[in-house]
Design a protein around this ligand. Structure first.
Ligand code: HEM
Length: 471
């Protein structure tokens, strides 16, 4: 039920720099800033400052941060047609092109329809064997007492899985090139998000970061285009995304161009492996901090798997593993801030806040997931929050790691399958202990990653040992 409308001019928010608006504080500590802004209520207004007003030629440009699940549901689901994604910085649009993550309206609907059957039920489950085998191969290469960079290990697994999903083949030696190109691209995109000025520096100006970006971008481009051309000249029956795209047609019934196929492949490559790798990395971090959770997990794995690799049929029984995965996504949501939405016309949110046409909207899974109203003692790692009876007490959109509505993550069920199977496979083979002396902080780039490589020590699980010594 609507409360009394609150005009946008009276929506409160933190004090900001007159010229630069909220940008300097947000740039210095984005995650802390989002949490601090909650004190201004369901909707906080973050003015963008006089310089942005001049650049954008708007009178009072501002971001509106939503902290109320009903308001978020309104924007993402109930009145979603009134909200579009904001234009992206030049480098982001250069990387993603017209992939499904960035298109709008009928083009977006048509693209989504091509992918939906691929990311549904049985087809997703058919990747279980690949995921478990890939993970088993990586853990088998670790020896007792070895120190590993767990983020890199998780990226190795998820990158080789997504490559098989996209191209039906092993990534082989391309892995390093792809990972480097992605990291540099992310740094540049984040820089352009943090500062309106960075967006204005043309990409052809040869700054160090621009040069590194183009180097990686060109190499990734040539790999993708080669794969598309090879497949066109020698088609296969491989049930992968590339085959799906080569068989798809556009609105006029014509096959997709090389450019369109490339854009979708880059989109899935980027959206579909780094997110999951970061979530898993945070999962190992959290597990390393809680003996109780480790013991509970070890018990479930012993009961369900009894030493063998997990299959798709085991997933429904790996309930506690799933709860750990969900609690990890709560505390460290890879998509810590959804893509900014812009209202097409005036709108009044269920909380009563009135948004003018053109209002820019921030929705942050990071800040919602740490809201004490829905998650008491919000910083504590507690998978029991995702027991069915606890979940039922929270409103929809208090938890939204995969967004919602017509733009909800296409790969959600794939990510969940992968998350659960990788966790189960690794944890039934090894214990991972955080190397002492590391202070691990989240770094909000395009996805939420640890601010430095996270080092962990491996010890192998010997199944005859009692739980007390296993954990
Ligand atoms: C833990 C892993 C993942 C997380 C947390 C995640 C999160 C998200 C979120 C929040 C969105 C919506 C963004 C917005 O509305 O602004 C999204 C969109 C998307 N995701 Fe994921 N994702 C994950 C894994 C994957 C995987 C594995 C794939 C593909 C294999 C994938 C493909 C996509 C695509 C294509 C979209 C765009 C959907 C659209 O706009 O219609 N994601 N993801």
């Amino acid at each position: 039920m609507s409360r009394r409308a609150q005009p946008s001019a009276s929506i409160s928010g933190p004090p900001v720099s007159r010229w630069f608006g909220f940008f300097p504080e947000f740039k210095a500590d984005s995650l802390g800033y989002l949490l601090r802004c909650r004190q201004y209520g369901d909707v906080a207004k973050l003015p963008m400052g006089t310089l942005a007003a001049l650049l954008l030629r708007e009178r009072d440009p501002a971001m509106y941060l939503l902290n109320n699940p009903a308001d978020i549901r309104h924007v993402l689901v109930v009145n979603q047609d009134n909200f579009t994604k904001a234009p992206v910085p030049p480098v982001e649009s250069r990387v993603f092109g017209q992939g499904v993550l960035h298109t709008e309206g009928t083009v977006h609907h048509r693209q989504r329809r091509v992918f939906l059957p691929f990311f549904h039920g049985d087809h997703v489950s058919s990747y279980a064997g690949l995921i478990a085998d890939t993970t088993d191969g990586v853990t088998a290469s670790w020896s007792e007492g070895m120190t590993i960079d767990i983020g890199q290990a998780m990226t190795t697994i998820t990158l080789s899985v997504i490559w098989r999903l996209l191209f039906g083949q092993d990534i082989g030696t391309e892995a390093r090139t792809v990972t480097r190109a992605i990291t540099t691209g992310q740094q540049l995109i984040k820089r352009q998000y943090d500062s309106l000025f960075a967006r204005l520096i043309p990409l052809w100006i040869p700054t160090k970061l621009h040069r590194e970006f183009f180097h990686g971008h060109r190499r990734l481009e040539s790999i993708l285009r080669r794969l598309i051309r090879d497949r066109r000249s020698a088609p296969t029956q491989s049930p992968d995304v590339l085959s799906l795209l080569l068989a798809a047609t556009d609105a006029t019934g014509q096959p997709l161009s090389e450019e369109e196929i490339r854009d979708q492949l880059v989109t899935f490559l980027l959206a579909g492996h780094e997110t999951t790798a970061n979530a898993l990395t945070w999962g190992w971090f959290l597990l390393s901090q809680s003996k109780t959770v480790r013991a509970h997990l070890a018990q479930e794995l012993e009961t369900v798997l009894n030493g063998r690799l997990p299959t798709a049929a085991d997933v429904p029984r790996l309930r506690y593993t799933k709860m750990i995965w969900e609690e990890t996504l709560r505390l460290y949501p890879p998509a810590w801030l959804l893509h900014t939405r812009v209202s097409r016309s005036d709108d009044t949110l269920p909380s009563g806040a009135h948004l003018p046409a053109g209002a820019r909207i921030f929705i942050s899974p990071w800040s919602m997931h740490r809201h004490p109203q829905w998650f008491p003692d919000a910083n504590r790692f507690d998978p029991e929050r995702f027991a069915p009876e606890s979940q039922a007490q929270r409103p929809a959109f208090s938890y939204l790691p995969f967004g919602g509505g017509g733009r909800r993550c296409l790969g959600e069920s794939f990510a969940e399958l992968e998350g659960i199977l990788v966790m189960a496979t690794v944890a039934s083979r090894v214990r991972l202990r955080l190397v002492d002396g590391q202070t691990i902080l989240p770094d909000p780039l395009m996805t939420l990653r640890p601010h430095m490589p996270m080092r962990m020590t491996v010890s192998r699980v010997h199944r005859q040992e009692p739980y007390s010594s296993l954990v």
